[in-house]
Design a protein around this ligand. Structure first.
Ligand code: PEP
Ligand code: MN
Length: 338
């Protein structure tokens, strides 16, 4: 349930409603909006008696929330969330490009790619320092050294950096260096990791699990928001299907539904979805036409030498072409209303 305050409600009235909600045994989450404050009522087992809050001073309305996810839902916040990361805004009205290699391999590799993607139009840089690998024998990432290189990239280029925290133990370290902490597809339902992310002050990029339903994905985001961190970016990265013409199947209709269901920014990772570079540009065009708020793409200056996932990495000039091609598409569709 959601208690919506009057536009002129005083902070004392808001506090009084929060106290009344907590006195009734629920958890209150005030959410200041542009015009008015709304207060989420969480942890209720059954229906909440709306009347007990409706008559409190400063309350405009009490709205039932029907979805299992609350804070994530447009029922609780109608307008789009925009997340500010350094000078970059992610969300409604913005189209952001996050680009970089699958993994940080060396300082020279990272800086070469970062300079190229920045020149061609990237707003943020990505690169893994801790890599989730199917095989324990495969390259696992440079660890803290990779994080230090990312900090150098940020310092030199000014681009905020996105990198993955694979487990609870390493979160503190990653959070220290990253501007956005990525939670990978294989960890989407790692609930202790999600709770840790909820206590963070850094934005979280939450990838959809390989076989997660939309409800499961949004409930994972709910964990982070419920913990107090409202800066969540959702990322569709393809799901596992019977298709073998691509590594995964990019689920664009899920993007459509999630944009409708949630006020959070939704971005698309066509690189992991396709697994091959020839599909990355067309899938990106489709995703932008659909109204996503950004793309995360893998770019490598020498993909044939990449330690993994080279086949899905774009060459820098392909990334430049991608940025060129999506701009007019975004221009046509950016006026859409949800
Ligand atoms: C990645 O973005 O580097 C990655 C490992 O992605 P995913 O978790 O989607 O497989
Ligand atoms: Mn939008």
């Amino acid at each position: 349930m959601l208690v919506v305050m009057n536009r002129k409600a005083t902070p004392e009235q808001v506090n009084a409603v929060v106290a009344a909600i907590e006195e009734a045994g629920y958890v209150a989450r005030p959410m200041p909006g542009g015009e008015r404050v709304a207060i989420g009522v969480l942890h209720n087992k059954g229906a909440v008696d709306a009347d007990r809050f409706l008559l409190l001073p400063g309350v405009k309305d009490v709205i039932p929330v029907t979805r299992p996810y609350k804070l994530v839902s447009r029922e609780v916040q109608h307008h789009d969330t925009v997340i500010r990361i350094g000078d970059v805004n992610v969300g409604n009205g913005h189209l952001d490009m996050i680009a970089g290699p699958w993994a940080i391999e060396s300082e020279q590799q990272a800086l070469t790619i970062a300079r190229a993607v920045k020149e061609h139009g990237a707003q943020m840089f990505r690169g893994g320092a801790f890599k989730p690998r199917t095989s324990p024998y495969a390259f696992q990432g440079l660890g803290e050294e990779g994080l230090r290189i990312l900090a150098k990239v940020r310092q030199e280029t000014g681009m905020p950096v996105v990198t993955e925290a694979m487990d609870h133990e390493v979160y503190d370290l990653v959070e220290e260096y990253a501007d956005v902490v990525q939670i990978g597809a294989r960890n989407m339902q790692n609930f202790s990791l999600l709770r840790r992310a909820g206590r963070s002050t850094k934005p979280v990029l939450l990838k959809r699990g390989l076989s997660a339903t939309i409800d499961e994905w949004l409930m994972a985001a709910e964990y982070v928001m419920e913990g107090g961190n409202h800066q969540v970016i959702l990322c569709e990265r393809g799901v596992r299907t019977f298709a073998h013409h691509s590594r995964n199947t990019l689920d664009l209709s899920a993007v459509l539904v999630v944009i409708k269901e949630s006020h959070l920014p939704v971005i698309v990772d066509p690189s992991h979805a396709a697994g091959r570079r020839d599909q990355v540009i067309p899938l990106s065009r489709a995703a932008v036409a659909l109204g996503c708020h950004g793309l995360m793409v893998e770019v490598h200056h020498a993909p044939e030498q990449a330690l993994s996932d080279g086949a899905q990495s774009l060459y820098p000039d392909q990334f430049a072409a991608l940025c060129e091609q999506i701009r007019p598409i975004f221009g046509v569709f950016s006026q859409q209303v949800h």
